[in-house]
Design a protein around this ligand. Structure first.
Ligand SMILES: Cc1cc2nc3c(=O)[nH]c(=O)nc-3n(C[C@H](O)[C@H](O)[C@H](O)COP(=O)(O)OP(=O)(O)OC[C@H]3O[C@@H](n4cnc5c(N)ncnc54)[C@H](O)[C@@H]3O)c2cc1C
Ligand code: SF4
Length: 478
């Protein structure tokens, strides 16, 4: 639904914008802000255009806007139709030694699964993906394919648009998830019992790999829901319709996996007890702590961690009930900064600015992610390193060397870090492992964001898959 359809507004007589859609886009958040900030009872019958002129607005229009907020969080990339999928699959050259497979961190046979789609063998396509990557459905939606498989596609090298590998992967995995049966069969029971701490992509990928090999698995997580950042962190418009939960339900279809929620390592569970009571332990703890920006004033009220803001948004049963102030500043240059800023905008903030201390090329958010934020009217200021945050005049303000940025909310998105853990060797602030994912403790393995490496869902899934294989060998079962 376009902005114009959502709200029936009167363009401002000042003609601040010649484009009706554009004006509507900017006006609507203002309405939302007035409602939330100035008139919490929802009585609001004016809005201001960008030039500050006040214009009457019928209350029914506000109701329409509020009712449609979920529409703002609709899927960023809708699925291909069956016909589009076949056409797209037939663009693949089915390269020998395919560079896309080389570039996929989970080693999916990309031409192999695409050939399945082209020939109508959807079950074959899905199994080729899922045997390497049981989170093939979420990876299809969240992988930065522009720097992975699609970047390596020969079409990209030739200057044309890459084959849409992520979108095709989604077609096959969605087909599989709609089938009544799980595509894998468990090996006969081994009598071995593995503990996994962390029910994110790394932990559950390992759980599936071990359950397939006939082991019993218990997965503990401190949170009330499984999924890790798939459930609490990834932007709402990438994983819609409770996809994270549906994918886990599909994954658990293998059998032999028990989930234990609200159980925290270091509180309810200890490494020593786990190592004593289980045949092996896999740690998939992610990065539970966040970095500070390192400037004075960041403990002021209205300065929040971007990941907490996103988690609250992801878990909100009604996004229109979330309060978002008018001016939001996001400090950081990664995907978390982009996701937090874009979602703040979609919630209705009027001015959203990202402050990044270096230049565009140094930003860890990919060019596609940056453009995604820009097309949602997020402003990015490069070479803008905050030196302090203050509120002396009563107004929250982020100060850089050259400017003052007034704000109503500051979101800190300067990276996550591994929460310290006693009893294991640490390397670069994360758990040290060898090539078999073994830690310094003989029965304990680790993978995903809690060990050194790229912080991507697909890498975490690969770690879980490889760790399951290594633990199986460690148990003498091969
Ligand atoms: C905001 C944000 C957006 C992102 N967007 C993308 C994206 O678009 N694409 C992409 O590829 N990657 C993205 N990532 C990165 C990706 O989400 C991670 O790399 C991936 O989730 C790592 O998986 P994991 O299983 O290692 O850790 P997590 O997903 O973090 O899971 C760790 C689990 O361990 C649990 N846990 C932690 N400590 C304990 C404890 N002491 N006891 C018990 N349980 C514990 C946690 O509750 C959690 O469930 C994003 C990350 C963030 C923060
Ligand atoms: S898992 Fe990700 S990187 Fe690998 S082929 Fe699929 S979309 Fe590409």
């Amino acid at each position: 639904m376009s902005a114009q359809k959502i709200i029936n507004f009167t363009p401002c007589p000042c003609q601040a914008s010649q484009n009706g859609n554009y004006l509507a886009f900017w006006v609507k958040p203002d309405v939302l802000v007035n409602k939330f900030i100035d008139e919490p009872d929802g009585i609001c019958n004016i809005f201001r255009c960008r030039a500050g002129h006040v214009i009457p607005l019928a209350r029914k229009d506000i109701g329409t806007w509020m009712a449609d907020i979920d529409d703002h969080f609709r899927e960023s990339h809708p699925p291909l139709t069956s016909a589009q999928a076949v056409t797209e699959a037939n663009r693949c050259y089915f390269c020998y030694d395919a560079p896309c497979t080389e570039a996929c961190p989970t080693d999916i046979d990309v031409p192999g699964f695409i050939r399945g789609i082209a020939s109508g063998n959807m079950a074959g396509a899905a199994i080729k993906i899922l045997q390497e990557n049981i989170f093939g459905g979420s990876c299809a939606r969240v992988c930065p394919t522009e720097i992975l498989c699609e970047h390596a596609c020969v079409w990209t090298k030739a200057g044309g648009p890459a084959v849409q590998i992520g979108a095709l992967q989604r077609v096959a995995t969605d087909w599989q998830m709609a089938q009544p049966t799980h595509p894998f069969i468990r090996a006969p029971a081994t009598g071995k019992h593995i503990a996994i701490i962390g029910a994110g992509p790394a932990g559950l990928s390992a759980a599936h790999g071990m359950a397939r090999r006939g082991h019993d698995v218990t997965v503990y997580d401190t949170k009330p829901k499984p999924g890790g950042l798939n459930e609490y962190g990834i932007a709402a418009y990438k994983l819609v319709d409770d996809f994270a939960a549906r994918e886990i339900e599909f994954l658990l279809g293998i059998g032999g996996i028990t989930l234990e929620h609200n159980k925290t390592l270091g509180d309810d569970l200890s490494l020593d007890d786990l190592a004593r009571n289980f045949d092996a332990v896999f740690l998939a703890l992610g990065q539970a702590a966040v970095n500070m920006a390192g400037v004075t004033g960041e403990h002021l009220p209205s300065v929040r961690n971007a990941v907490d803001f996103i988690a609250e948004l992801r878990q909100a049963p009604d996004k229109s009930a979330l309060k978002i102030p008018r001016r939001v500043l996001v400090i950081g240059g990664g995907n978390t900064a982009i996701d937090a800023a874009t979602q703040a905008k979609l919630l209705g903030a009027e001015d959203v600015t990202i402050l990044y201390r270096k230049g565009r090329a140094q930003m860890s958010a990919t060019a596609i992610e940056q453009n995604w934020a820009l097309t949602h009217h997020v402003v990015i200021h490069f070479h803008a390193a905050p030196v302090r945050i203050e509120s002396e005049t009563g107004e929250l303000c982020v100060v850089t060397e050259s400017r003052r940025y007034p704000a109503d909310l500051v979101l800190r998105a300067v990276g996550q870090k591994f929460h310290p853990l006693d009893g294991l060797e640490i390397e670069n602030g994360r758990i040290k492992i060898d090539q078999n994912h073994a830690t310094s403790h003989p029965k304990i393995f680790a993978g995903g964001d809690c060990v050194p490496g790229l912080d991507l869902t697909v890498r975490a899934v690969q770690d879980g898959k490889c760790a399951a294989r290594a633990i199986h060998e460690f148990l003498g079962c091969d």
